[in-house]
Design a binder for this molecule. Structure first.
Ligand SMILES: C[S@@+](CC[C@H](N)C(=O)[O-])C[C@H]1O[C@@H](n2cnc3c(N)ncnc32)[C@H](O)[C@@H]1O
Length: 570
């Protein structure tokens, strides 16, 4: 857990009944651990969790103290529980990977080479590890060595699955199912060899034959097929939903057959807010119908409700802004909401939030709608619309989020102006735009894709990605967060339309459109604090865009993700 998550976890529990007792127990446990008495710390934390089962920080510490005592099975179960109650802890993938290595020394020992194919290499132990499975099921694996380890293991599973009578223990079946769920959320981005493709074709024919004739299907075979292609693509796939499966395989059938069917049914329920322009909007819509962005598994746990004024004050303590004064209600527009993760997280974060989330792509919107937790259903509406025409919908908002969307429009500044029309006085807007400086290397990759003619298909994306990993360049694609799933890579280097910006262009637009610049935001809080401290040290104003332009030229990668910034309507 990072510091922010710890603080949120702490606040969560303090506000709940019995929370202060649980917090007390946590403090005593930490003191006991500092004094070297881990068993006493463990007892105290267990008590805290009896009082407050969702106390993420206590859960995290208990897992950590088990691990420190060499009790790896207990530690893994506790980390799996942490992943359940605080899925956001899975976002810090470097920390997750370190934990997996400590939990499974055989994994750590083989990570640089091939995955173990049998129990001697610890595969049975790894397959039975609940945290390992929780990681595969709930977050994209964002590490190349780990990805290759899993790809090699999948190769072994494919060979096992086409054997005459495949032999796999219950844990191996469950592990293959967890791997299938991983491959679904990364949209089959792992490299696939020609012999593996041929074996999978055979496996598919076997399973389709069994579904047609009513013969049994080995759960292991179904799971392994689902590590390479989605089960809903099978002929008569719905028959899978009527069979009995071990629970881990049933979860794959849910993910890959039942949920896509639900989403298909939801498409018809989505209101159309504006017409979709032809030209760029139509081309962009087609891309996101094929690859809704991003595919995600679990929403963060809801934090204690925030007030937008407080968030701005906290993020930008020295920048003047006019408080909105909205403590109990907040009307929000998420423009270009994609598959809804950000729209849902925003909605659950702000006190009294009521959100309209708009996108071009019905596939993205129906995924977002299906994933909306019951507690948020009355607070958020999803609708299809084109930002280019949104200025006329006759509604207005306190807060508009437009992250990673305007730069995919034919006329980004025209789209931005449409959104400004919907801002109430003093309303705030959070914008994410590509930086021309930061994307120089990405542009090289885009050039490579165009020159070599890789198609924007799953196979084309897999090949281009492997090529880029192998290419000697000072720019490290492996460090890019958005390089570990198909829709991310498509978005990053295969996009049908993108424009890039510089800070002076943004500054000119802000000045011409009655906005005040509040500040840049960095997803990583440590970076955010670092850049803020740098500005403070030099006595620069953090809202001085001329200064930021010079700062970016000196540090050209700082906006590698995007420019993400807040503006306020004058
Ligand atoms: C890169 S995704 C970003 C999704 C989301 N904002 C996020 O950050 O996760 C861009 C999204 O913007 C949507 N989009 C692009 N142009 C749009 C337009 N003219 N009107 C509405 N949505 C648009 C796309 O369909 C896509 O879902």
């Amino acid at each position: 857990m990072n510091r922010t998550e710890r603080r949120a976890a702490q606040k969560n529990v303090s506000s709940a009944a019995g929370g202060s007792m649980a917090s007390d127990l946590l403090q005593r446990a930490v003191a006991a651990a500092n004094g070297g008495d881990l068993p006493a710390a463990t007892v105290l934390l267990k008590k805290a969790l009896t009082l407050e089962p969702n106390f993420a920080l206590a859960c995290d510490r208990l897992a950590f103290f088990y691990l420190a005592q060499g009790k790896r099975d207990k530690a893994s179960a506790q980390y799996a529980e942490l992943a359940r109650i605080a899925p956001q802890t899975l976002n810090q993938f470097d920390v997750v990977l370190e934990t997996l290595k400590r939990l499974q020394p055989d994994f750590a020992a083989t990570l640089a080479g091939n995955a173990p194919a049998d129990s001697k290499g610890g595969l049975d132990r790894i397959a039975a590890d609940p945290y390992f499975r929780a990681v595969l099921e709930n977050t994209v694996v964002r590490d190349l060595a780990f990805e290759r380890w899993l790809t090699a293991l999948r190769g072994t599973f494919i060979e096992m699955a086409i054997a005459e009578a495949p032999k796999a223990s219950g844990d191996i079946v469950a592990f293959a199912a967890a791997l299938a769920r991983q491959c679904w959320i990364n949209e089959y981005v792992f490299a696939l060899s020609a012999p593996e493709r041929a074996a999978i074709d055979r496996l598919r024919r076997l399973i389709e034959g069994a579904l047609a004739s009513g013969a049994p299907v080995e759960p292991f075979r179904a799971a392994v097929l689902a590590t390479v292609e989605p089960l809903h693509a099978l002929a008569e796939a719905d028959k899978l939903t009527q069979r009995k499966w071990p629970s881990a395989v049933d979860a794959v059938v849910t993910q890959q057959v039942r949920e896509p069917a639900e989403e298909a049914a939801l498409r018809a329920t989505l209101p159309r807010l504006t017409p979709i322009g032809d030209g760029v909007s139509e081309k962009v819509r087609a891309q996101y119908e094929e690859n809704p962005y991003p595919r995600w598994a679990r929403l963060s746990a809801p934090p204690p409700p925030m007030v937008l004024d407080d968030l701005i004050r906290h993020q930008f303590p020295v920048t003047p802004f006019r408080p909105l004064g909205k403590r109990d209600s907040l009307d929000i527009l998420v423009a270009g909401c994609g598959t809804g993760r950000i729209a849902l997280e925003i909605t659950q974060s702000f006190a009294g939030a009521r959100t309209l989330a708009v996108d071009l792509s019905l596939a993205s919107l129906s995924a977002a709608k299906r994933k909306t937790p019951a507690a948020l259903r009355d607070k958020i509406e999803f609708a299809q619309g084109d930002i280019m025409s949104i200025g006329s919908i006759g509604r207005d908002f306190d807060y508009i989020n437009a992250g990673g969307v305007l730069h995919h429009m034919g006329d980004p500044l025209g789209g931005w102006r449409q959104l400004i029309k919907l801002m109430r006085p003093n309303a705030l807007m959070q914008v994410g735009l590509y930086s021309a400086h930061a994307r120089k290397e990405i542009n090289e990759a885009r050039k490579l894709v165009a020159e070599r003619g890789y198609p924007a298909t799953a196979e084309g994306i897999r090949q281009a990605r492997q090529k880029l990993f192998a290419r000697p360049t000072h720019f490290n694609f492996m460090t890019l967060r958005d390089f570990f799933s198909t829709s991310e890579v498509r978005d990053l280097i295969f996009h049908v339309h993108e424009q890039q910006f510089t800070i002076p262009e943004i500054a000119d637009f802000i000045a011409a459109n009655d906005l005040n610049f509040i500040g840049f935001e960095f997803a990583d809080q440590a970076f955010h604090q670092h850049h803020r401290a740098e500005f403070q040290r030099h006595g620069w104003s953090p809202s001085d865009l001329t200064r930021w332009d010079a700062y970016e030229r000196a540090n050209p990668d700082i906006f590698a993700n995007m420019y993400v910034f807040w503006v306020q309507k004058r």
